[in-house]
Design a protein. Structure first.
Length: 96
């Protein structure tokens, strides 16, 4: 998930850079603008997909701090206290 977010952010910065470079290359201004706009649209699509995936991630209560946290995959850490968390195949929190 983090890699996709970094990709989307990179696409946005790259799009701004390409559109800004188009100002200095007048014959290709419209082409650079369209390429930058497409990069931003792809980035928006990635962020939308990440939000949809984030809604399906299981939430568990951290045994250490007691706060609700999301677990990506089978092993992750609590986003508040960094306690290692492990899930079984059914999505239940394993005590270790």
């Amino acid at each position: 998930l983090v890699r996709l977010r970094n990709l989307a952010l990179g696409l946005i910065f790259g799009a701004f850079l390409i559109m800004y470079l188009g100002v200095f290359v007048k014959p290709l201004l419209s082409a650079f603008f369209v390429i930058g706009l497409l990069m931003i649209v792809v980035s928006i699509g990635i962020y939308f997909r990440m939000g949809a995936i984030s809604m399906r991630i299981p939430q568990v209560r951290c045994p250490n701090c007691g706060k609700m946290t999301k677990v990506l995959g089978r092993e992750d850490a609590c986003m508040f206290c960094r306690t290692p968390l492990h899930l079984d195949e059914n999505g239940k929190l394993l005590e270790r």
